[in-house]
Write a protein that binds this ligand. Structure first.
Ligand code: PMP
Length: 437
């Protein structure tokens, strides 16, 4: 067991109430398959795949060994005008499992970097096809696209946006959630496809010749699991295509089997021009993100460029050998164990079990799709978010890791979860809800 640190001051935790956390720290020391263990040896069932990352479960030997072997063989290699075999192999493997036509892969180190890379690629594409006036980027309300300036700007979370500067020339579509029409939905809600038509309004307002790209999460994760209305993404695809606007799916959460296919694009039957990914790309084991890019977009940028560098963008660690090794081993694990299909196989059991919490105290909505769930609680009148936080603490102290954003519980367990463990998640959440005021 690793030693407990005796000084918690130096590490400034991200997206954390540091004063609250350090007054009552909860630490994770070890993990295996479906579980974490605390430094004092308590077992915690992982209901969130870490942070939507560990789709094959924790510390899988194949992935661990691949990282160890890569570290001993080639610790680092630049990928600026040089490269190494593992990065090419992983790019090919990602292209193989990505939707047809998304044949090129640009590596980053995180989801945030993947998003900002995709936005830059969209602008580069429009310039390269003689559409340099297309510079406006369109996101959506209640979207999370990471924390870099581009991602925050197209994102739709007010606390993230108002804390910093935002890019100019950005618009937002309305979010797709409507409690009255969609409460207690399973899969794609029937109501709401017409909300995609808000894009037509932006075309009418600004002119298509100013619009570069639209970015959406197929399922908004961080703002409480909002599944797309049936037909919404198809409509967005049709409108973007008709007006020469690129469509980017941010699949940082939905990628790698969460919805029962490698990507949500395949599960939901809509192919965008780019897909951003991270998290499950390496099963969370080494930081890595990527953008899968349509051949037509890649070709326009690379073939039309003047001799020399065609995209002035990249990271020291793009395609890092350890991350590439982890990514290859992760995808092999997903494929060998049929985990891409498992989200679909388990979706019915999962939905039945989670929707069984409908009558639990404080629950005002439940949304499930694939192996994801959002359970929305009524906020306490005096303190929004307080109830969610208490449930999180109760669950953790009772041996279950959940994620809460405000008063919404989000669940996304590793895809290796058993039906008994699904029941365990539901039972522990029910107990916790019964204990909170
Ligand atoms: N996009 C989406 C949809 C995400 O859910 C996240 C992270 N939760 C990100 C981007 C950012 O990823 P990262 O934290 O790796 O930068």
């Amino acid at each position: 067991m690793p030693d407990l640190p005796n000084d918690l001051a130096a590490f400034w935790l991200p997206f954390t109430d540091n004063r609250g956390f350090k007054a009552e720290p909860r630490l994770l020391a070890r993990a295996r398959d479906m579980h974490y263990w605390t430094p004092d040896g308590r077992q915690i069932l992982d209901g969130t795949a870490g942070l939507w990352c560990v789709n094959a479960g924790h510390t899988r030997p194949r992935i661990v060994e691949a990282i160890q072997a890569a570290a001993a063989e080639l610790d680092f290699a630049p990928t600026f005008n040089l490269a190494h075999p593992l990065a090419f192999k992983l790019a090919s493997r990602v292209a193989e499992i990505a939707p047809d036509g998304l044949d090129h892969v640009f590596f980053t180190n995180s989801g945030s970097e993947a998003v900002d890379s995709a936005l830059k690629i969209a602008l580069a594409y429009q310039r390269s096809v003689g559409q340099g006036s297309r510079t406006r980027l369109i996101g959506r309300a209640r979207a999370y696209h990471g924390v870099n300036f581009g991602g925050v700007s197209v994102g739709g979370i007010v606390n993230n946006r108002r804390s910093f500067l935002n890019l100019p020339g950005v618009d937002h579509l309305p979010h797709t959630y409507n409690h009255a029409e969609q409460a207690f939905s399973r899969g794609e809600p029937a109501w709401g496809a017409h909300l995609a038509d808000a894009l037509e309004d932006l075309v009418n307002l600004h002119g298509a010749e100013t619009l570069a790209a639209v970015i959406v999460e197929p399922v908004a994760g961080s703002t409480g699991v909002l599944a797309p209305p049936k037909g919404y993404l198809q409509r967005l695809r049709e409108i973007t295509r008709r007006h020469g606007i690129l469509l980017i799916f941010d699949e940082v959460i939905t990628g790698f089997g969460r919805l029962g296919a490698p990507f949500a694009a395949q599960a939901l039957g809509v192919t965008p021009d780019m897909i951003t990914m991270a998290k499950g790309l390496t099963n969370g084991a080494v930081p890595m993100g990527a953008v899968a890019v349509a051949d037509s977009v890649h070709r326009a940028i690379v073939d039309n460029a003047a001799p020399g560098i065609e995209l002035f963008h990249g990271y020291t660690y793009s395609g890092h050998p350890l991350a590439a090794a982890a990514g290859l081993a992760a995808i092999e694990t997903y494929a060998e164990e049929g985990l891409f299909a498992r989200g679909a196989e388990l979706a019915g059991y999962w939905a039945d079990a989670i929707h069984g919490l409908r009558d639990a105290p404080h629950v005002v909505d439940i949304r499930t799709i694939g192996l994801v769930a959002g359970i929305e609680l009524a906020p306490r009148a005096d303190a929004a978010g307080a109830r969610g936080k208490t449930v999180f603490h109760r669950c953790f102290d009772d041996g279950l890791l959940i994620r809460v954003t405000g008063d919404i519980i989000a669940l996304s367990p590793p895809l290796i979860i058993s039906t008994a463990q699904i029941d365990e998640i539901v039972g522990r959440i029910r107990d916790a809800l019964g204990q909170v005021g």
